[in-house]
Design a protein around this ligand. Structure first.
Ligand code: 5CA
Length: 157
């Protein structure tokens, strides 16, 4: 099977920042953090959810550890006090160029400001979506912070 265009786009973006991600595709699907952890055989905490929020009119990213929920009050404080809400599916797709369930943590048409759940720093290796709902890749958390330009923060509920 040939590589889906969304994965090719993500790989090109990763290579542009000096990474060569080892993409793993799982036919059983990695759409949610629980699905991904089950397929990979890792802890749910090692799964990076790439969640899109809106701070006023500005889309931004909360890279959140699998079992955690991003706290909108903490996100708002981190974004300078602007009201924060979850992006809807269309806003998320338009900001990132990828669909929900496959959104990678970086590699967008325009870079987004990103916050990084500190809980992810506890692991040697974490896994994030690679462009589609059945593709993931492993990365060291500090490499992910660098590639996404994210700010590590306490953002969980
Ligand atoms: N591939 C997996 C693991 S890396 C993944 O992408 N997980 S995720 O958490 O980053 O993406 C799914 C998330 O999208 C869910 O947590 C869910 O909260 C969110 N989501 C699902 N449907 C919608 C929707 N209609 N609008 C906004 N967000 C949604």
């Amino acid at each position: 099977m040939s590589t889906p265009p969304a994965i090719q786009r993500f790989v090109a973006a990763a290579e542009a920042v000096g990474l060569s991600p080892e993409i793993r595709e799982f036919p059983q699907g990695t759409k949610t953090a629980a699905d991904a952890a089950r397929a990979i055989g890792c802890e749910v905490g090692q799964i990076v959810k790439s969640l899109v929020f809106m701070a006023g009119a500005e889309p931004f990213l909360a890279l959140t550890s699998g079992p955690n929920r991003a706290d909108t009050s903490k996100l708002s404080a981190l974004m300078g006090g602007v009201p924060v809400r979850r992006a809807d599916a269309e806003e998320a797709r338009s900001a990132t160029g990828f669909s929900i369930g496959g959104t990678p943590p970086f590699g967008y048409p325009r870079p987004l400001r990103a916050l990084f759940d500190r809980d992810l720093l506890a692991y040697q290796e974490v896994w994030a979506a690679a462009g589609t709902p059945n593709a993931v890749f492993p990365i060291r958390p500090d490499d992910l912070v660098r590639a996404s330009g994210a700010q590590p923060a306490d953002l969980k509920e």
